[in-house]
Design a protein around this ligand. Structure first.
Ligand SMILES: NC(=O)c1ccc[n+]([C@@H]2O[C@H](COP(=O)([O-])OP(=O)(O)OC[C@H]3O[C@@H](n4cnc5c(N)ncnc54)[C@H](OP(=O)(O)O)[C@@H]3O)[C@@H](O)[C@H]2O)c1
Length: 331
């Protein structure tokens, strides 16, 4: 697997990382721990050195799984985690409140270090911008954690260009993690010019469009009630039906290149910029191998242009988030 570098601090990771969220959270009930541990090992054996988790995935279950599962490979892999959510007593204890106060960030760091079984967190992202706390204070708290040797690199998720600039002035940001795929190209206009200028890496989450771009989801697919996609407007049955037009574009390119739609979706991201590192998530070895195969799929600039031209003709139906989530992004 080729390597890529995120940010000016030299954080080197495999060109394709592994999003671990779906093993424990968001896409139905947590998966079998032993099977997921084996999958983490198989990912390392296949050259993956970049793993993505967060305090809130579970909460805690995913950090525990990743920490324990990757403990034999300590020092050989980069584990990214995220802070910034907390339980909301006003909403039955659901983890849907934000808290990026410096004292909270420091508590989360200590707890994440234990769960991840590491001496330092390789990459510590703020999961969502907290308007109650100036971003300079957030960056300052992470800077202190870096000075103490507890964190190595700082990241942001779904932050606006202005917030990124303000944070970066206090503590250089290694990576921005935001949604980006052929299903959601807004970052090209909103944040990518700024992060390119500042030398910040980009880690697209949901690079397969939460599975949609793979062609394995259609209007007949049923999602578990605990599957986040059951509340996403873009994934309503009628919108899934309408959005198949995009899948058809990706599938026809895949057929021409003799690869799979998932590989086209990932190869497109890799072709866009050398500082982009997608983190597709899966709970299945065959799909992991398929996704990693995208690192060997080269798209020429002419192919990238043709894919963008064809996909931009398709009107995407439905918001990518329910309203409650949408108001927390891009701030
Ligand atoms: N910062 C944030 O706010 C944020 C938000 C969302 C996600 N993330 C991170 O980004 C990672 C990836 O995003 P994501 O999991 O939302 O979306 P994704 O990677 O775009 O898609 C994952 C979905 O696609 C399916 N899938 C994966 N590979 C496939 C293939 N080759 N063929 C068919 N289906 C395939 C998976 O199901 P199976 O498991 O059944 O294969 C899963 O349902 C997460 O794991 C998480 O670490 C971060």
């Amino acid at each position: 697997m080729q390597k890529r570098t995120l940010g000016s601090g030299g954080l080197e990771v495999s060109a394709i990382g592994f999003g671990c969220m779906g093993m424990s959270w968001s896409y139905g009930p947590p998966k079998d721990k032993q099977a997921m541990t084996t999958l983490l090992h198989q990912a390392v054996e296949r050259g993956v050195t970049f793993f993505d988790t967060a305090e809130v995935y579970g909460p805690f279950l995913n950090e525990e799984l990743v920490g324990e599962g990757l403990s034999p490979f300590r020092g050989q892999v980069v584990i990214a985690t995220k802070f910034g959510w907390k339980a909301n007593p006003a909403d039955g204890g659901k983890w849907n409140a934000l808290d990026s106060r410096p004292e909270h960030i420091k508590q989360v760091a200590e707890a994440s270090l234990k769960r991840l079984q590491v001496d330092a967190i390789d990459l510590f992202y703020q999961h969502r911008v907290d308007l109650e706390v100036p971003i300079e204070d957030v960056a300052g708290a992470v800077k202190e954690l870096i000075q103490e040797g507890k964190v190595k690199h700082f990241g942001l998720s779904e932050a606006s260009a202005q917030t990124i600039r303000r944070a970066h002035a206090v503590q250089p940001v290694a990576a921005l993690q935001s949604e980006y795929s052929l299903f959601w190209r807004e970052p090209e206009a909103t944040v990518m010019p700024a992060i390119e200028e500042l030398g910040i890496g980009f880690v697209p989450f949901s690079p397969l469009g939460k599975g949609f771009l793979t062609g394995k989801i259609d209007e007949k697919t049923s999602f578990d009630s605990t599957d986040f996609r059951s509340s996403v407007p873009r994934f309503s049955p009628e919108n899934r039906k309408a959005n198949q037009a995009l899948v058809q574009v990706v599938t026809s390119f895949a057929e021409r290149k003799k690869v799979t739609p998932a590989q086209i979706a990932l190869a497109w991201l890799l072709a866009k910029k050398s500082w982009i590192v997608p983190i597709p998530g899966t709970t299945k070895l065959a799909r992991l191998e398929e996704n990693l195969g995208a690192a060997d799929v080269e798209l020429t600039s002419e192919e990238v242009r043709a894919l963008e031209e064809a996909s931009s003709m398709v009107e995407i139906h439905g918001a990518r988030y329910p309203k409650s989530h949408q108001q927390l992004v891009g701030r």
